[in-house]
Design a protein around this ligand. Structure first.
Ligand code: NAG
Ligand code: NAG
Length: 315
């Protein structure tokens, strides 16, 4: 049996050295279980629908269009200079190691979409944002990896994750945003209050690092931001234009304005570790989220979030 024991030892070493930091196996049929995406009937995306695996831009574009219930799994690297519109009732999932380079995803005027384990990088501003949700409802974004670089002008790329035009029922979890100028714009513009006041977004267990601004910039609407880690960003959470944020048990290092207000934004902040800096936003009225959830203490957040944020799932 000696050869068998050494074979096992060899196999174990191969498995360890080949394995990424953390890979958690999940189902392509998973539905949203946290935050605003669970309200109003929930967010099921394409759960239970047909499954298509794509590895080219044209196949991806065709597979995600239309409102039929469907799961689309991206395999390998797809390169381009465009954004792909995702239809209603769709789950777009990335295989471990898959990647969209220069190709963004846009969820516009549709409901019930799940985007999980997708890695998107270097989407040029002329094409659009890396990942955007506009005028849509019930969207769950989970374990996405969004980046570009900061080697160009700040307008060479646009947003990494922009949620605008009255989006509601949005949950962003376990995602990593990094190496970029303008990270996440929520609420379109200062004069878009009529459309953007209904905005509801939950952001939990995400890792934001090496970003210049908008981590996030949040106008109008309600935002529940908890258990996120923010490292070495120039900016913090900017609550603006009457936004009501509930900011709980997050951790910051390396910014001197982790949470601040412009044009009358508000925040209720509890249990945060501001990394030695201070919250300067006026206290608002959003004291309790309209769903149940559990949260880690700030002291436990870094160890739990950083290693699993981003594309760490396998389907
Ligand atoms: C999405 O699915 C629901 C029910 O499964 C259906 O009622 C609805 O029409 C679909 N959405 C669109 C835009 O077709
Ligand atoms: C931050 O982004 C810059 C510009 O893209 C890059 O050179 C640098 O390596 C990044 N820093 C880290 C810690 O990744």
């Amino acid at each position: 049996m000696k050869w068998f024991a050494s074979f096992l030892a060899f196999a174990a070493i191969q498995a360890i050295s080949a394995a990424p930091a953390i890979v958690k196996r999940v189902s392509a049929n998973d539905v949203a279980t946290l935050g605003y995406a669970t309200l109003n009937g929930g967010t099921t995306g394409g759960s239970g629908g047909t499954t298509t695996t794509v590895s080219t831009l044209s196949a991806l574009t065709a597979a995600v269009s239309g409102s039929a219930k469907k799961i689309v799994i991206i395999s390998g690297t797809i390169t381009g200079n465009t954004v792909v519109k995702v239809g209603a009732n769709t789950s777009v999932l990335g295989k471990a190691g898959s990647s969209l380079v220069g190709v963004g995803l846009r969820i516009i005027n549709v409901n019930n979409v799940i985007v999980r384990n997708i890695k998107i990088s270097k989407v040029l501003a002329e094409a659009g944002d890396a990942l955007s949700v506009q005028a849509s409802h019930q969207v769950w974004i989970d374990h996405v990896d969004l980046s570009s670089d900061r080697d160009h002008d700040k307008d060479f790329y646009d947003g990494l994750l922009d949620l605008t035009h009255g989006v509601t029922g949005i949950t962003v979890t376990n995602s990593k945003l990094y190496n970029h100028w303008k990270a996440s714009l929520i609420g379109h513009s200062d004069n878009n209050g009529a459309e953007d006041t209904p905005i509801t977004v939950t952001m939990a267990n995400n890792y934001f690092t090496n970003l210049s601004s908008r981590t996030p910039s949040f106008r109008f609407g309600h935002g529940h931001i908890f258990n996120n880690v923010f490292d070495s960003n120039n900016d913090g959470i900017n609550t603006r234009d009457g936004a009501q944020l509930l900011v709980e048990n997050n951790v910051w290092t390396g910014t001197n304005k982790p949470l601040y207000s412009t044009d009358g934004g508000f925040a209720v902040a509890t249990g945060n570790d501001f990394g030695g800096a201070s919250n300067t936003a006026p206290t608002g009225s959003f004291t309790s989220a309209p769903y149940s959830y559990s949260k880690l203490a700030a002291s436990a957040v870094r160890a739990a979030v950083v290693k699993s944020a981003g594309q760490t799932l396998s389907f």
